[in-house]
Design a protein around this ligand. Structure first.
Ligand SMILES: *Cc1c(COP(=O)(O)O)cnc(C)c1O
Length: 398
């Protein structure tokens, strides 16, 4: 399924909101980009007007720790792309994730994590045990396994699909349905797919979070996050989390995010095509044991005809396992790569490489991850030079 044409139009438009964006040019001309409103607070005409504004800071421009017009333009666009009622942007993906936890959970609640979930999300959950919030992780993402793991106090089911590091796809609709019948909310970290390739709210999820630092901003120059949901849930998150923890997105970073979003459709198409070509190459390479790309069904470079479940496409982040599954082999291959930046994060225009492998071999078993795993974020260089680079680097192990 190609990217929805309405989504392409939304990404290209300067603003998803109604009407022109201000300006008093008498000929009616308007800027083609969103104005950067770099202000910390807003001045009111009278004290009474300020008092009125303070009674509903989620609706009024009072202070940029609450609302800011440039940030709101990014929020309107992300809400529209996810087909959600509203969006709140925050200063990072983790700020968005903690805003959901702190805004919606209380002592005695239980969170169920399904599939491989971003490491710091689980670290935050471990930290919240000190505040009486419990959690479990089920790596088996079948609806039956999720159903069996739900507890009477499960308030939130937290999903990543495709999951972190191994990119396994789970049935979002079935899991959201199981959660709803037991009175729990479902939240999906949709950073991998972006709203162009998957719309979890339409599959029944209640909340979507993004690390906008990855594909949404897309140029490795912004750290940002977003929560998209119903207005009622977001109002709680706004008042209890955003305004009190203060993890806001600055206007300039929101402006960069808006600029990034305008090229999201072309970037995602290119990431998808080139990542599949690279994944196929790796599947046929003798130094590679396995490729973890949701589009690959087995050895021999076969790709699925269509993405599974609700996915419209496959993004450019996937992993593979070396046959020689040691720290030294992982380091040899990574250090031999010339076209991949060695670092954290992903989703930029430049290709990037990372591994969870550590010299003492620690931590992987507890996370359900194999040894010898290397994760690639395929950038926009074109598949051929990347394949050549990988072939040369993997040749060191033969
Ligand atoms: C990076 C990432 C996050 C955290 O986002 P930051 O913007 O780095 O805080 C959350 N979820 C996933 C899947 C990520 O890759």
């Amino acid at each position: 399924m190609p990217i929805h044409p309405a989504d392409i139009a939304l990404c290209l438009a300067p603003d998803a909101g109604p009407g022109p964006m201000g300006g008093d040019d008498t000929a009616g001309s308007v800027p083609v980009t969103v104005p950067l409103i770099q202000t910390s607070y807003f001045a009111f005409p009278t004290f009474r007007a300020l008092v009125e504004g303070l009674t509903a800071e989620h609706r009024h421009h009072v202070y940029s720790r609450g609302r800011n017009p440039t940030v709101e333009a990014a929020e309107r666009k992300l809400a529209a792309l996810e087909r959600g009622e509203a969006c709140v942007c925050l200063g990072s993906g983790m700020a968005a994730i903690s805003a959901v936890f702190l805004g919606l959970l209380e002592a005695g609640d239980h969170v169920l994590f399904v599939n491989h979930v971003y490491g710091p999300t689980l670290e935050l959950a471990a930290h919240l045990r000190r505040f009486g919030i419990e959690h479990d992780v089920v790596l088996d993402g079948s609806a039956d396994a999720v159903e069996a793991a739900l507890r009477p106090r499960t308030r939130l089911v937290w999903l990543e699909s495709p999951g972190t590091m191994l990119f396994r796809v789970v049935d979002v609709a079935a899991i959201a349905e199981a959660a709803r019948t037991r009175g729990a909310l479902t939240c999906m970290d949709n950073s991998w797919s972006t709203p162009l390739f998957q719309k979890p709210l339409q599959a029944g999820a209640d909340i979507v979070v993004h690390s906008a630092s990855k594909y949404l901003a897309g140029h490795s120059d912004v750290v940002a996050g977003a929560v998209i949901s119903r207005a009622e849930l977001l109002e709680r998150i706004f008042h209890r989390s955003l305004m009190l923890n203060g993890g806001v997105l600055g206007p300039f970073d929101a402006w960069l995010l808006l600029r990034g979003l305008r090229t999201l459709p072309v970037r995602m198409v290119r990431h998808e095509e080139d990542a599949i070509r690279v994944a196929r190459f790796l599947e046929g390479h003798p130094a590679v044991a396995r490729v973890h790309h949701p589009g690959m069904v087995g050895r021999g470079g076969t790709a699925r005809d269509a993405p599974p479940g609700d996915l419209r496409g496959w993004s450019g982040l996937f992993s593979f396992e070396l046959r020689r599954a040691t720290f030294d082999a992982v380091a040899t291959v990574i250090d031999a790569l010339e076209r991949f930046r060695i670092g954290v994060s992903w989703g930029g225009v430049e290709s990037q490489v990372l591994s969870p492998e550590r010299e003492d071999g620690a931590g992987l078993a507890a996370r359900g991850l194999p040894h010898g795993l290397i994760r690639l974020s395929i950038g926009l260089e074109g598949a051929d030079p990347l394949i050549e680079d990988l072939g040369r680097a993997l040749g060191r192990l033969l």
